[in-house]
Design a protein around this ligand. Structure first.
Ligand code: SF4
Ligand code: SF4
Length: 156
């Protein structure tokens, strides 16, 4: 950020971050993405076959006039960003797909998995006979997998 073009822009590239995620192949993968996009400001997109989660959240250094408040010490990723191919310039970004809603990812999951991609009416789990034991409450936290996200590719 910092070119003449930026003077006419509202700091589009400074208002989100995007991180790579695994390409979904299994029902659980799609269900995880369904969970992501249930959150405010979250979308998932595909670019050149790679999948990313995007968080629509402005950088805290973005000033009211859309300039960078830490321009001299801004992160490398901000320095590397080319204004002539940026979000505002309509550069070399060709999202093959972008999902904003659970319904959208479910539709895609059905295309890929057939009935197994249906989440709104999931198949009933088989009934198990009780052996009298109780859960110890130590079930795994499905949210923990977020920590496995790879290195960021924020464009801002
Ligand atoms: S999106 Fe482009 S024009 Fe806008 S601030 Fe970022 S680099 Fe500058
Ligand atoms: S630090 Fe980077 S993302 Fe934040 S306002 Fe400055 S150029 Fe934008």
């Amino acid at each position: 950020m910092g070119s003449v073009l930026c003077e006419h822009c509202t700091g589009v590239c400074c208002r989100y971050i995007a991180l790579p995620i695994e390409k979904p192949t299994e029902r659980r993968d799609f269900d995880d993405i369904r969970w992501y996009v249930m959150h405010q400001g979250i979308s998932v997109f595909v670019e050149e076959g790679d999948w990313y989660i995007q968080f629509a959240t402005p950088c805290k250094n973005l000033l009211p006039d859309n300039r960078c408040g830490v321009y001299e010490t801004r992160p490398e990723i901000c320095r590397e960003y080319e204004a002539d191919e940026c979000d505002y310039a309509g550069g070399d970004y060709h999202y093959e797909m972008q999902f904003f809603t659970p319904e959208a990812i479910e539709k895609y999951a059905i295309e890929r998995l057939g009935k197994r991609g249906v989440f709104t009416h999931p198949p009933k789990a088989p009934q198990r006979k009780s052996n009298g034991s109780k859960s110890n409450g130590s079930k795994s936290n499905g949210k923990a997998h977020l920590t496995s996200l790879k290195v960021l590719t924020h464009r801002g």
